[in-house]
Design a protein around this ligand. Structure first.
Ligand code: OFO
Length: 191
């Protein structure tokens, strides 16, 4: 009888310990919910860019941006699931109207890069907070986002460099748009 009691007592202690380590701290939950908002706003922003470029007849750029918008939604969903699995509550944010028009295709990608730099800053802040709060599980989870930002920033910079080289050359712009569409078809999906 004494052995059974001791066994149950140890089991309950273990469960309580696990619960305490697995549950998200409120401060981390709040930061991750803010990140959900940012990923959702990225998705909306790129959707607006996709629609604008489609209207301009830039079908390659438009497909690229539609795909990018979908990927940002995936990034948001990944966070939603992580928060809920860790015993927190993911909050789905209201939609904010993104810019409707852009001055040029270069302006589109410059805006995209600027937005990505803000996202990177936010991710870095969360990583710092995880270390401060000794939440190594979330820290590990966030490493995927750190790597993703590196890729996205590099890609946006490459695209801007190409557009700057083209300048106002209409034939160059046509080829750029066609190449972007071809590259998307041949490369594995960007995450
Ligand atoms: Fe979500 O990767 Fe950019 O913003």
């Amino acid at each position: 009888m004494g052995v059974v009691f001791k066994y149950n007592f140890i089991r309950i202690l273990k469960e309580l310990y696990l619960q305490k380590t697995i549950m998200l701290k409120a401060v981390i939950e709040k930061a991750l919910n803010k990140q959900i908002e940012l990923e959702a706003s990225s998705s909306q922003f790129y959707l607006s860019m996709a629609s604008w470029t489609e209207i301009q007849g830039l079908s390659g750029s438009s497909s690229f941006l539609y795909q990018h918008s979908d990927e940002e939604r995936e990034h948001m969903l990944k966070l939603v699931k992580f928060i809920n699995e860790r015993g927190g509550k993911a909050l789905i944010p209201a939609l904010i109207q993104p810019p409707k028009t852009f001055k040029s295709l270069t302006h589109v990608f410059e805006s995209l890069l600027e937005h990505e730099l803000n996202v990177t800053e936010s991710i870095n802040n969360i990583v710092g907070l995880c270390l401060q709060e000794k939440d190594f599980t979330t820290h590990n989870f966030m490493q995927w986002y750190v790597a993703e930002q590196l890729e996205e920033e590099a890609l946006a910079r490459t695209i801007i460099d190409r557009l700057n080289m083209i300048g106002n050359d209409k034939a160059g712009l046509y080829l750029f748009d066609r190449d972007l569409s071809n590259e998307m078809q041949h490369e594995p999906q960007l995450e």
